[in-house]
Write a protein of this length. Structure first.
Length: 417
């Protein structure tokens, strides 16, 4: 990242939450089946292991950094060798990135063994480690006073955050909000058979979302949390956890309305290969109170319902795609862009990410994403048929307006962004 590529933003973003060390051994083509690898008493010849950081702190934080946003990463690790590796990897991307990292004496760092045989879905052996003890008191006041945006990711994978009906999560978000920052929140889908999967997530979110300006879960995560019976029925009937084909306009609007009613100002639901859906509250005053990076034109963000399909790319891997899409949306928000432009920047960033197999190396500087969009980057066909195109002549990239969108169509006067 050169000085010229850094964005002119007055405050840094603090990215907080779940972080871990991914240990990824190289498995050879001849080891195509899990049954051929996980054999008791058998010695398996494998190749070198790659070490990388994973989790929301790493993926979203490093993506923001690569886009040019001044960022600080705030994850919790133990004072062990894995913790040292996590901090060293973060610092390798930029010395200032590790300023907010928390090292807890006597605790174990989180790690994941990623078993990825050729042609077979990956298996993750995960230790949550120090993420489970993360609490509001771990967040340093001075970083919040200096920050413009506070993004928290993956609380379902952090035991302390979901305990006692989400009391600690609500306290943390309220603490950030009181410091004057813009607050955003991302989720992860809990293991349905684990303690996190049995938590009352509607109650937890009702408690947390009054302190959240931008709420950024995936469709499947929020369907699991708010419509568990529906989620289970669809997963059983389809024999798969891929429920994106069920994401209709009416259901997305209904879920978003419930979340806005809980207190969030902006709800954006990630739709994987289908793109990004967003709905905003009907109060310009609520949006204007969204911290140091509140929108310059709150009215432009009021009562909006928009959808941006994905851009056409050759997919090399989807690791970190949702986290990088979030990074793109947050960047557009911090830059004070119109909601249409922010959405396109989000799906553009996510598309760049999936062109590489790892979590963040495909993310270029923000200006490069914008140039690619402006050059006529083709989009996938939209999934939401009831939405209407928001650009007048078809030139450039498009967002689509939902039935509930009350915005004035100024985006159509541009030829892309």
């Amino acid at each position: 990242m050169t000085l010229e590529e850094r964005l002119d933003l007055p405050y840094p973003a603090v990215v907080c939450g779940h972080i871990c060390l991914d240990v990824i051994p190289t498995l050879y083509d001849r080891q195509a089946g899990v049954d051929a690898i996980l054999v008791p008493g058998k010695l398996i010849d494998i190749g070198p292991a790659m070490l990388s950081t994973g989790g929301a702190v790493s993926n979203t934080g490093l993506a923001l950094h690569r886009l040019g946003v001044p960022a600080r990463l705030m994850g919790k690790v133990g004072d062990d060798r894995f913790g040292e590796a996590i901090v060293d990897i973060v610092r390798g991307h930029g010395a200032e990135l590790a300023d907010g990292m928390i090292v807890a004496a006597g605790e174990a760092s989180s790690y994941t063994i990623v078993i990825s045989p050729p042609g077979v879905d990956r298996i993750f052996l995960h230790c949550t480690g120090a993420n489970d003890t993360f609490e509001a008191a771990d967040v340093r006041e001075e970083l919040l006073r200096e920050a413009g945006l506070f993004h928290f990711g993956y609380p379902p994978l952090m035991r302390r955050m979901r305990a006692d009906g989400g009391a600690e999560l609500a306290a943390l978000l309220a603490k950030a909000k009181a410091a004057g920052v813009t607050v955003s929140l991302d989720l992860a889908k809990p293991d349905p058979d684990a303690e996190a999967g049995r938590a009352d997530w509607r109650a937890i979110l009702s408690r947390a979302l009054p302190g959240v300006d931008l709420f950024l879960p995936s469709f499947e995560e929020i369907l699991f949390m708010l419509r568990r019976e529906t989620y289970d029925a669809w997963a059983a009937s389809g024999g798969s956890s891929d429920l994106l084909p069920y994401a209709t306009e009416a259901l997305l609007s209904e879920l978003a309305d419930e979340l806005l009613g809980m207190g969030a100002a902006v709800v954006a639901l990630k739709l994987g290969e289908y793109g990004l859906y967003m709905k905003t509250c009907d109060s310009a005053e609520r949006l204007a109170s969204a911290g140091r990076y509140a929108p310059r034109d709150a009215a432009a963000w009021t009562s909006r319902e928009l959808y941006a399909p994905c851009f056409e790319v050759h997919v090399a891997g989807t690791t970190g795609a949702g986290d990088c899409t979030i990074a793109g949306l947050l960047t557009g928000w911090m830059l004070g862009l119109a909601p249409e432009e922010a959405l396109l920047g989000a799906v553009g960033t996510g598309a760049c990410n999936v062109e590489r197999p790892d979590a963040v190396s495909g993310v270029p500087p923000w200006a490069a994403v914008q140039r690619r969009i402006a050059a006529g980057w083709a989009q996938r066909p939209p999934k939401l048929a009831a939405f209407r195109r928001a650009s007048a002549d078809g030139a450039g990239a498009s967002v689509w307006r939902g039935p509930g969108d009350a915005g004035v169509e100024t985006f159509s006067e541009r030829e892309g962004v």
